[in-house]
Write a new protein. Structure first.
Length: 625
């Protein structure tokens, strides 16, 4: 049976190889001699039954074990390898629980302490578990295996337990489950690092050595020696009293100033790069925070510098500026949507930096630094300054709209400052991008100006389109609901409505200004259209088509006035002026048509019928009203 057990690889074994509970201190020869002694037959039979019963229970338990089933049949390891699971075989009741091998005597004082020393502690992790076999040193348990502890903590101190307790513990650890589920571990909560300044050396290093340490970012040693040099300077200066400082002391003061400037420059560089290289600078930031706090304690003393916290905040801001500068920015010539794309990338970069601050940098500082809040406020400032520079490049209405949309909506949305990854540290009142009112008014004014310019351009295109589609080839206008009509009024109305709706999502007051600008430009359109139409129609020889065109535009501009009436409440002055211009155009077109009709019909009609026909024609022009 022993051969079969050793023939199974990767820790599998035959439970019949396990020695009986009473075999602990005896060798194989001693066991054979004991069986041939004069022990009563009844006692031998009882012991034999106990051994047989125990071996049977262990055999059944081993067969059910998932480890035994997994390793059964594997022959990849040599026969001489020690099975890992032998480290967890139940010890003899005659031995101390601290013993790791059933073949070691509990009564041998030379072995007991050593075995107890290497007794593996209970662990549920694969990396920490060790296995002790005989006198071998502890070994790392192989991957994919579990370590089990027999008994309680008292077992490790040598206290004996009953057979029943050991069997219960063994059965509990080895009992197979229906489904092997991975052990769920709670995510470790990282605690802010605490740091205590070591003892300041009595004699400082040389100035060159201290400066070299600063350059090499050995901050702790460099700062301790800098404090030692500063203390030395203070003692010498105090000893002089009111006397003038000698040249050597003046040089030492200058050296201190140079070293402090070098130290501050190095600290600023570390803080500035902390978001770009969070893993590298994480531990250095602990020393940075300690130095700042220590200098704040010593602020006002001789030989030092002030404003360390402000310098730290400036470094934070400079680091965020570097991030913003690194965001890709196309020119207007390269892409029509250059600004919208850039603002999208900018928001993504901001979120990534703040995520690094939250997850990696915050715990390098004491709570008094308010790191996440400081980074957030600096981020608002940096983004605001960047938007001011972008405004100088904006020339189109869509770019003004993209800028306003980013400030009012997108920056505070779930994609940037409202991102779930930044909660709950980033409070709702801290998400808003606070900008100067003058800056916002400048953007809105530029937006309205571009709206008016684009409105003029679109109205000019209406005339051009009418010329290309109708006048150029003398095409007859379409008939809509038994009336001649054109698409002019619908094109203009939908254009203004689209601009108003797009602006409404930004700001209600801005929407009114946009509509007002559109109406200001629209009131000049009737005369421009009339001028172009008269110039073309004067050369038209087909009097019938000439009359149809006049009727068409009378109907179209009358419909335009009706559509624009919806803006009378918000822009009464502009609507009043627009109404006058449209009515004037309709009247002039009607009058021209009547005069042309009167000239053509005067020869063929009696004079008393001309007035009747005038009234009839005028009624045709205004039937839709």
């Amino acid at each position: 049976m022993a051969d079969n057990g050793r023939g199974e690889s990767d820790g599998a074994f035959d439970v019949t190889d396990i020695p009986a509970w009473d075999e602990g201190p005896k060798s194989m020869e001693e066991s054979g001699a004991m069986e041939n002694s004069s022990t009563p037959t009844v006692f031998k039979d009882k012991m034999h039954q106990v051994r047989k019963s125990f071996k049977g229970s262990i055999r059944r338990m081993g067969e059910k074990s998932p480890l035994s089933l997994k390793n059964k049949g594997s022959t990849s390891k040599k026969m001489g390898n020690t099975p890992d699971l032998l480290a967890h075989t139940p010890p003899s009741p005659n031995l101390s629980i601290g013993s790791s091998s059933p073949h070691k005597s509990a009564g041998d004082p030379s072995q007991s302490p050593q075995v107890q020393k290497h007794q593996p502690s209970h662990s549920r992790t694969q990396s920490d578990s060790v296995i002790v076999f005989g006198d071998e040193l502890p070994k790392k348990q192989g991957p994919g295996r579990w370590s089990f502890r027999l008994g309680s903590k008292k077992d490790k101190t040598g206290a004996q337990t009953s057979k029943q307790e050991q069997l219960e513990v063994l059965t509990e650890n080895w009992a197979p489950t229906e489904e092997m589920k991975p052990e769920v571990t709670e995510e470790a909560v990282e605690v802010p690092i605490s740091y205590t300044l070591p003892e300041i050396p009595v004699a400082p290093l040389s100035v060159m050595q201290i400066n070299k340490l600063i350059e090499m970012e050995v901050l702790e040693e460099a700062y301790l020696n800098l404090l030692s040099l500063r203390k030395e300077f203070q003692h010498e200066r105090t000893a002089l009293g009111e006397e003038d400082s000698p040249v050597e002391l003046a040089h030492k003061e200058k050296d201190l100033s140079l070293l402090y400037n070098s130290l501050r420059t190095k600290l600023n560089a570390i803080v500035r790069q902390s978001c770009a290289l969070p893993s590298r600078n994480k531990e250095l930031l602990v020393h940075v925070a300690c130095i700042i706090q220590e200098e704040e304690k010593r602020e006002g003393d001789l030989g030092g510098m002030s404003g360390w916290r402000d310098a730290w905040r400036d470094a934070v801001k400079e680091g965020l500026k570097d991030t913003v500068k690194g965001v890709h920015l196309n020119s207007h010539e390269e892409s029509a949507s250059w600004l919208a794309v850039h603002l999208g990338l900018l928001g993504k970069a901001v979120v990534e930096d703040l995520e690094k601050v939250k997850t990696e940098l915050v715990n390098s500082y004491p709570l008094s630094f308010n790191v996440f809040e400081t980074y957030t406020l600096c981020c608002h400032e940096v983004v605001g300054e960047h938007l001011k520079r972008l405004l100088e490049k904006v020339t189109e209405m869509r770019d003004y709209h993209a800028l306003l949309d980013f400030i009012i909506h997108r920056y505070t949305s779930e994609k940037i400052m409202g991102s779930i990854s930044l909660q709950p540290e980033l409070k709702e009142e801290q998400r808003t991008l606070k900008l100067d009112e003058d800056f916002m008014n400048k953007i809105k004014t530029g937006y309205c100006t571009r709206v008016q310019v684009e409105m003029r351009s679109s109205l000019d295109k209406v005339i051009e389109l009418e010329h290309e589609e109708m006048w150029k080839d003398s095409n007859e206008p379409e008939i809509d609901e038994d009336f001649y009509n054109s698409h002019i009024h619908m094109d203009i109305w939908t254009n203004i409505k689209g601009k108003a709706q797009a602006t409404r999502r930004l700001d209600m007051k801005l929407e009114q200004n946009v509509v007002r600008c559109c109406l200001e430009e629209l009131k000049q359109f009737p005369k421009r259209f009339e001028s172009a139409f008269v110039q073309w129609s004067s050369a038209l020889t087909d009097s019938s088509l000439w009359a149809v065109y006049h009727i068409t535009y009378i109907n179209s501009f009358s419909a335009l006035k009706e559509h624009m009436e919806g803006y009378r409440d918000t822009c009464p002055q502009q609507m009043e002026q627009l109404g006058k211009e449209v009515d004037g155009l309709v009247h002039r077109l009607s009058q021209t048509l009547l005069e042309r009709f009167q000239t053509d019909a005067k020869v063929r009609l009696k004079p008393d019928l001309i007035d009747v026909i005038k009234i009839f024609i005028y009624g045709l022009f205004h039937r839709k009203g």
